[in-house]
Design a protein around this ligand. Sequence first.
Ligand SMILES: [Zn+2]
Length: 229
Amino acid sequence: MKKLLASIGQMLFPNLCVCCDGYLSFQEDKVCDLCLYTLPKFEQLAYKDNAVAKKFWGRLNAEAATAVLNFNGSGDVRKILHQIKYKGNIDLGKEMGVLMGSKIVTMELHATVDFIIPVPLHAKRQNFRGYNQCDLLADGISEVTRLRVRKDVLVRRKHNGTQTKKKRYERFINAKEIFRVAKPEELKNKHVLLLDDVITTGATLEACGSALLEVEGLKLSIICLAAAT
Ligand SMILES: [Zn+2]
């Protein structure tokens, strides 16, 4: 009966793949298997000196920094990022988190990370949007890796919405004031995996990471769903 109702529902309100607009089967979630398979992967994922890690050289002392997908500004990855950030596609956010988790379990850092910390939104923005896309990714990762997510240890003090038009140096100065670590005693001597949806210049992650590295004995690694390299 349940299946029959689902079939009728599917006919009336067909689920379409967010990338190719093709019909989804019952086994598929928000992205069809073919699109999932052909998404541009960040091939250097497990390579220590990869293009994402290099962005932080001389800026941030990270154990590891990497991404799962390659973002070139257009195409399917752009559609996915847009859906999870602005279109309230919560299921897609979790599905992408699960994809990230399936990569993380194969990596060395999986054995040593204590917590996942999603990059926070400012409270006002989160209330307006209703969710933080990085929290969705973190929940998906946790489902696969069983790593604990801490959404309460990093606080965003200001918006930085108009940053994109500023120069890199100005952006850094601005970003430095943005994040504050709450409960630093709980992060002492821990290895944390800082998580963002997309990395371009790395300014936001640098600001978050700098704040976290103020904690005594903390080790920092970084993972993003997508990287513009
Ligand atoms: Zn598709």
